[in-house]
Ligand binder design. Structure first.
Ligand code: FES
Length: 351
């Protein structure tokens, strides 16, 4: 198997205990964390794992796959992977991975997860977007008290993944779960007006949407036309990783255009407080890792929010930010992988 040790304190080898062929294009991997890292692989519904997989030219690539299991049902950790045409990693997973193999992974990350499982939810999935949505649905139904409406769009009947599991959920929760299948072969592509007509009864709920970009755009437009505020529409953001996120770096070189301020950062993480040097123009995450602090991360590109923390005092600047909104920033939240210091002393917390 591919996983070679990389020395990152946050990476772990997960054992594949089962491979489930969901259909010809989609496989699920049931995974087991090492006994000393079980708590690291606790997760929230809707989150993903970042795996280290063989890339092109004998190198390595990092890929993020959503968890289709629920942390609230007692089932083991499970990711679901759909083949991407020409995609080296997804096809490798579907063709090569067997039970007993080991894969190196980062702990779960991601912000596509409901704040509460006790409110009514609208879930919209297109194709393989069902993976995190199923995790949320199972969690809300088993752990929460609200109702769940799930619209699931597919090309045709043969593309529907998790058919039996969804059927089982509708049987188990007839008063709380509605599943609406939208098959494009029969209904055509979902358009704004027709989608709005179907979603209208659920427009006052928090909506979680995952699927191809155009489908998420249409869903958002439909919900906005129904009066759903933007802040209640949550889209899973897909991103591709260009760097090797498994390689823990030395502090990086200064970034052009950034103020030259050197100093230190005091960080509160997992009920411990550390103070480490924070060289000018070095991303906070790099400074923390170099200082021996086991700070969380995944993409290291400002795209996933796994490294989110909050500034308590001092000032920082974000080099790149694709996930935090204006309110997050106003509340002091930052991305450690993209934050550089603007003041000599900075204090941050992960609590
Ligand atoms: S690690 Fe993904 S945004 Fe920082």
């Amino acid at each position: 198997m591919p996983a070679e040790p990389t020395g990152g304190a946050r990476t772990h080898r997960l054992r594949v205990t089962e491979v489930i062929v969901e259909n010809a294009d989609t496989h699920s991997l049931v995974l087991q964390a090492p006994p000393d890292a079980t708590d690291r692989f606790g997760y929230r519904p809707g989150q993903f794992l970042t795996l280290k997989l063989p890339g092109t030219d004998g190198g390595w690539a990092a890929r993020c796959y959503s968890l289709s299991s629920s942390p609230h049902t007692g089932e083991p950790l499970k990711i679901t992977v759909k083949r991407v045409i020409g995609g080296r990693c997804s096809n490798w997973v579907c063709d090569e991975v067997r039970a007993g193999d080991e894969i190196e992974a980062l702990p779960p990350a991601g912000t596509f997860t409901p704040d509460s499982l006790d409110t009514d939810l609208l879930l919209v999935a297109g194709g393989s977007g069902i993976t995190p949505v199923l995790s949320i649905a199972k969690s809300a139904l088993s752990q929460g008290t609200g109702k769940v409406a799930l619209l699931y769009a597919n090309r045709d009947d043969s593309s529907v993944v998790f058919r039996d599991e969804l059927w089982g959920l509708t049987e188990a929760y007839p008063e709380r779960l509605v599943v609406i299948h939208w098959l494009e072969l029969l209904l055509g592509l979902p358009g704004v007006d027709r989608l709005a007509a179907v979603l209208a009864p659920y427009a006052d709920r928090d909506a979680y949407v995952c699927g191809p970009g155009p489908m998420m755009d249409v869903t958002e437009q439909a919900l906005r036309s129904l009066g759903t505020p933007a802040r209640r529409i949550h889209r899973e953001r897909f991103f591709s990783l260009s760097g090797d996120v498994f390689d823990v770096p030395a502090p990086s070189a200064p970034v052009a255009g950034t103020d030259e301020v050197s100093g230190s950062v005091r960080v509160e993480l997992d009920d411990e407080t550390h103070t480490v040097p924070w060289p000018s123009a070095t991303p906070l995450l790099d400074a923390l890792l170099a200082g021996g602090v086991d700070a969380p991360f995944s993409c290291r590109e400002g795209s996933c929010a796994a490294c989110t923390c909050r500034v308590v005092s001092g000032e920082v600047k974000l080099i790149r930010n694709e996930v935090l909104d204006e309110q997050d920033l106003a509340d002091g939240y930052i991305l450690a992988c993209q934050a550089v210091p603007l003041t000599e002393r900075v204090e941050v917390t992960y609590s």
